[in-house]
Design a protein around this ligand. Structure first.
Ligand code: TXA
Ligand code: MG
Length: 330
């Protein structure tokens, strides 16, 4: 695995010679880990089925799960999907950003069937993380990228976590530092007249609802037996430790994922404590969630207890991930 260290504060990163090599790897059908503002992605050329198959193999992901294709702009997205008025309005308002839009796939799209899992729809995203957009433009290809973690495990928000999970499968790991949003994109489907929230994520439901002037329908949670989307599996994002939600006290030896100022009873006996946000700031909490879970898991506790987090704004996505982490494992 080779590395490309990108300093986003220095504009010259785009003319770094390594950029060409990373593009060549992608065009040759190899896997490259690429950061976005949400999480790190395990990227491959979405028009190349062999390259996409490598994604599934590396993640150990069940084949029936479709992938998100990342493109550089709304114009590029329009080559792949049919956007109705609401989809277009939403894309214009929130792209680039932590939002994935599912629309009917255009027959002329170059995105391969393996990337869409043979569905008549396609999931498209223009991330605000500039490296993914840059590489999509540089290669001229849509880039399929699920979160860069082993299937079912916690998503990665740092290059170190990516290397730990997937290092041996990568031709390049692009390191642009920790992800600013830290939780995956919100997924909204516009496949008929009813916009549906398929996965809460880094863009709050309320922001989309106030733009569209109507509530988003919520897709039902899918059981382990009939999954539609990995992020929709009841058990997902699972650390090695068990997860206990809405804790009002800490059991001896448990690790504590804290939130806010209130000190939980028993926290002095915790094996490790991480506070997602002492000021109860949900944006900060989302950004730190996955790294905190990985770090607490590494302390070896049998259980991670989690202080209650309000179900507002990004709290919906944070609680969604925590509930899946706590769900009975298959
Ligand atoms: O923030 C993110 O979305 C990250 C970064 C890398 O962009 N990616 C990510 O991908 O979280 P992944 O594969 O872990 O989750 C993609 C989700 C899955 O739940 C998948 O089933 C759903 O998108 N999806 C993809 N295509 C779909 C489609 N046509 N219809 C419904 N769901 C779809
Ligand atoms: Mg994922």
């Amino acid at each position: 695995m080779l590395r490309w260290n990108v300093d986003l504060a220095d504009e010259r990163w785009q003319s770094d010679k390594t950029a060409n090599k990373v593009s060549e790897s992608l065009l040759a059908g190899e896997l490259v880990a690429i950061p976005t503002e949400t999480v790190y992605g395990l990227a491959a050329d979405a028009s190349n089925p062999v390259a996409c198959a490598k994604i599934f193999a590396a993640k150990g992901r069940p084949q029936f799960n479709p992938l998100i294709s990342h493109v550089a702009s709304l114009d590029d997205a329009l080559q792949h999907g049919h956007f109705n008025e609401a989809a277009l309005e939403t894309a214009k308002a929130f792209w680039p950003g932590p939002l994935t839009i599912v629309v009917p796939r255009k027959n002329s799209s170059s995105i391969c069937d393996l990337a869409t899992a043979g569905l008549p729809s396609v999931a498209l995203r223009v991330p605000s993380g500039p490296v993914m957009r840059f590489l999509a433009k540089h290669t001229g290809r849509p880039l399929a990228a699920p979160s860069a973690n082993i299937s079912g495990k916690i998503s990665t928000t740092t290059a170190a976590a990516v290397e730990h999970d997937l290092g041996t499968h990568l031709s390049y790991l692009v390191d642009a530092g920790p992800c600013s949003v830290g939780i995956e994109s919100t997924i909204v489907a516009f496949v008929d007249d009813t916009p549906r929230l398929l996965r809460p994520g880094g863009l709050s439901r309320g922001a989309i609802e106030s733009l569209l002037g109507r509530p988003l329908e919520t897709a039902e949670t899918v059981t382990q037996d009939a999954p539609q989307a990995p992020g929709m599996l009841t058990s997902h994002y699972a650390p090695e430790a068990g997860v206990r939600l809405n804790a009002s006290h800490v059991n001896p030896g448990e690790a504590l994922l804290a939130f806010g100022e209130q000190n939980l009873e028993g926290s002095e006996a915790a094996c490790a404590v991480i506070n997602l946000s002492k000021n109860a700031n949900l944006v900060e909490a989302a950004a730190r969630l996955f790294a905190a879970m990985r770090e607490l898991d590494a302390c070896g506790a049998a259980s991670i207890c989690v202080q209650g987090i309000p179900e507002v704004g990004l709290g919906e996505a944070i609680n969604d991930r925590l509930r899946r982490a706590a769900a009975p494992r298959p």
